[in-house]
Design a protein around this ligand. Structure first.
Ligand code: ADP
Ligand code: MG
Length: 267
């Protein structure tokens, strides 16, 4: 059964989309079956996966509003080797339409039941806000990956996000937890970056991924070619960092399963 992970941070420009696309490609490169769903009306993850958002026939909008199933809306011929449910401006309307639909927080969860067994990982890219789309993502995920830049205000933002995750956890989804905090666009030459990074590790401990994503121009260039960095320049530091992140994630998932089995055996 797929592990659903949502990539979120209410701040824009922190590397959510870059993480979603490159993690999807890296997991696929290690033979995992991956579905990526773009939940941002800007459609950056869609374009960055080599899909023209303007010519999408079916998108996340159709899935959320029950006009298409996840299996119908997914695209399977994508350069990165993962499947994609894309997004474009239509998704802005979904936010409003969802309000009047029954079980509006669980539309995505219900839609994904049908394809859960076909994937190892389902990754959700989110807009930089907390709206009903993000709530749908959080309500169906088992974990949240929080990309953040190590700068002064980042810590403030993260405590608000942790509060939101706790609320969703209590009200909508008892499974939800922080899967990992990911330091992105990392530049170790800056002392502020190092300070914030140390604070983060002091506070969140092993919830912070050991893998750090460096600032790397290939990661910024790749989307304009409609490719993940791994397909654009596979030996770039950016591509290698996301491969390392995929490895860390897979190990954590395996450890989680072992711990679960041990708990079950002890019970
Ligand atoms: P978000 O989805 O959180 O808004 P993006 O992933 O779109 O953030 O990243 C914002 C900008 O920074 C994009 O132009 C992206 O190409 C660039 N970028 C993201 N991560 C890196 C990185 N590690 N090194 C260099 N540029 C990056
Ligand atoms: Mg984005």
């Amino acid at each position: 059964m797929a592990k659903i992970l949502t990539i979120t941070n209410q701040k824009g420009g922190v590397g959510k989309t870059t993480t979603c696309v490159n993690l999807a490609a890296s997991l696929a490169a290690t033979k995992k079956r991956v579905l990526m769903i773009d939940l941002d009306p800007q459609g950056n993850a869609t374009m960055g996966s080599g899909i023209d958002k303007h010519t999408l026939k079916l998108s996340a909008y159709d899935v959320l509003t029950d006009q298409a199933s996840a299996a119908e809306a997914r695209l399977t011929e994508v350069p990165g080797g993962y499947h994609v449910i894309g997004a474009n401006g239509d998704l802005t309307a979904a936010e409003v339409e969802l309000l009047s639909l029954p079980r509006r927080e669980f539309r995505l969860k219900m839609a994904l039941l049908e394809v859960m067994d076909e994937y190892d990982y389902i990754l959700l890219d989110n807009p930089p806000s907390l709206n009903l789309l993000t709530v749908n993502a959080l309500a169906c995920s088992s974990g949240v990956i929080i990309p953040m830049q190590c700068e002064y205000y980042a810590l403030e933002g993260i405590s608000a996000l942790v509060g939101t995750i706790n609320k969703i956890n209590q009200r909508l989804n008892p499974e939800l937890k922080i899967e990992g905090i990911l330091r992105t666009m990392f530049d170790p030459r800056m002392s502020l970056t190092r300070d914030v990074s140390n604070h983060l590790v002091d506070y969140f401990g092993d919830q912070v991924y050991r893998t750090v994503i460096p600032r790397n121009v290939r990661l910024a260039e790749a989307p304009s070619h409609g490719l993940p960095a791994l397909m654009y320049d596979k030996s770039s530091r950016g591509a290698l960092a996301y491969l390392a992140l995929a490895g860390e994630l897979i190990r954590k998932t395996a450890q989680g399963k072992v711990a679960q089995a041990a708990d079950a055996a002890a019970a």
